[in-house]
Design a protein around this ligand. Structure first.
Ligand SMILES: Cc1cc2nc3c(=O)[nH]c(=O)nc-3n(C[C@H](O)[C@H](O)[C@H](O)COP(=O)(O)OP(=O)(O)OC[C@H]3O[C@@H](n4cnc5c(N)ncnc54)[C@H](O)[C@@H]3O)c2cc1C
Length: 373
């Protein structure tokens, strides 16, 4: 597509930093780069009419790992890596709260709960002291997890684990607030701009848009998370789909807060008096290892059964919205923050915790871009 004189001058000429992806990582990176370079020409290219990945499709948990999830992490991560990851999540949530006021993103610190069957109770409850120590070492937060009798009429087991520091938010209000600030600071965001491939040159990079436009930039910054494999085939990263459903309003809805089940694979929360439930990709891992949005009936049926049998037994629940989002996973939960060369950088593989770590990953990426290390 040919550009007008003004389109070229205002949007595409002399770009200092071109960020691919307008999710939480791309957006926070634009903000941190602007802090460092007030006069720079910064452009964000986003392929969707809305960000088309995870940042506006997630469940809005402001969380840093449940006890069963941390226990599961011990299978493939060292104690130091787990502590660093908890710190990254808590620091990330604090940084996010400094970028977006709590009332703007409907942030509510109602606490989080881990639910489990009585048969698993001992395995998890005996870790509470250990993980309280780990969280305190990582962040200074004390007595994070506590055991309590089950409440809200949930039918999992007799007990649950409460995390007093967990919160919930509205991910679209959060991201749109970042986008508003980005525009006010003079950065352009182009939606519907799909990058097909790129070429690295001596003094920069050329990003080729699907419509034929060539975008020349001094620095290319890829924040493409689950969709990064086509740009960086040698890195360990896989796309994983997640299903989500939200009910119609339910009179007298009891569960309030954020809830984790089955090592964090299943999650549910209230949105006002609606119930959101999602996850369970571990039920059909082969089908769900995909970049393609879409429904999985087996998983949806499982989530519906959990609601009918354990979360709201006896209630006639109707679902108003169903959708999917795509996350990036790999053999480790540690995100990739990479310098590809002096003019090309990338951050991806944020797993199911990008609300928590996204801003901090962007801060680290910016540090790498500024210092070229
Ligand atoms: C259903 C679901 C529930 C989740 N729940 C939670 C939660 O409760 N708490 C939590 O902390 N995390 C949660 N997550 C994870 C979290 O949403 C992600 O880790 C986070 O949003 C990743 O941010 P990102 O900016 O790296 O990636 P994304 O938000 O995926 O952004 C990447 C962007 O790059 C764009 N892009 C990709 N390729 C191209 C291209 N070729 N050209 C142009 N643009 C391109 C995409 O369209 C996309 O907008 C959840 C994720 C899902 C899917």
């Amino acid at each position: 597509m040919s550009l007008s004189h003004w389109e070229y001058q205002e949007v595409f000429k002399d770009i200092d930093y071109c960020i691919v992806g307008a999710g939480i990582v791309g957006s926070c990176t634009a903000i941190f780069l602007r802090e460092q370079f007030p006069e720079a020409k910064i452009l964000i290219l986003e392929r969707g009419s809305l960000p088309q990945g995870a940042s506006t499709k997630n469940a809005g948990f402001a969380c840093f790992g449940s006890v069963s999830e941390i226990l599961d992490d011990h299978e493939h991560m060292s104690q130091d890596e787990i502590r660093d990851l908890i710190k990254l999540r808590i620091d990330g949530l604090n940084l996010l709260k400094s970028l977006v006021p709590a009332e703007v993103m409907d942030y509510k610190e109602w606490g989080g709960y881990e639910v489990f069957d009585d048969a698993s109770a001992n395995i998890y409850t005996e870790q509470i002291q250990n993980y309280n120590r780990l969280v305190e070492e990582a962040s200074g937060l004390q007595n994070c997890f506590s055991l309590m009798p089950s409440k809200f009429d949930l039918q999992f087991g007799k007990q649950m684990i409460f995390n007093q520091y967990e919160g919930q938010l509205n991910p679209v209000k959060m991201l749109f607030h970042l986008h508003k600030r980005i525009r006010q600071e003079g950065t352009t965001i182009l939606f519907g701009a799909n990058i097909s491939n790129y070429e690295i040159e001596d003094e920069g990079a050329v990003l080729n848009l699907e419509n034929g436009t060539k975008v020349e930039t001094k620095n290319a910054v890829f924040c493409t998370n689950a969709f990064s494999k086509k740009f960086f085939p040698d890195f360990n990263v896989r796309a994983a789909r997640n299903q989500v459903m939200v009910s119609t309003p339910i009179e007298g809805l009891q569960p309030k807060g954020t809830f984790h089940f089955d090592k964090g694979y299943v999650y549910f929360r209230n949105i006002g008096n609606r119930l959101l439930i999602g996850g369970a990709r571990n039920l059909d891992p082969i089908t769900e290892t995909t970049e393609a949005f879409g429904a999985n009936d087996k998983i949806k049926q499982h989530l519906r059964s959990l609601v009918a049998e354990k979360i709201l037994p006896g209630k006639d629940v109707h679902y108003e919205q169903e959708w999917s989002g795509i996350i990036a996973v790999g053999d480790s939960k540690v995100p990739h923050i990479k310098k590809i060369n002096n003019h090309c950088f990338a951050a991806f593989r944020l797993g199911g915790m990008g609300v928590a770590i996204g801003s901090k990953v962007a801060e680290k990426l910016t540090h790498m871009i500024v210092n070229k290390v």
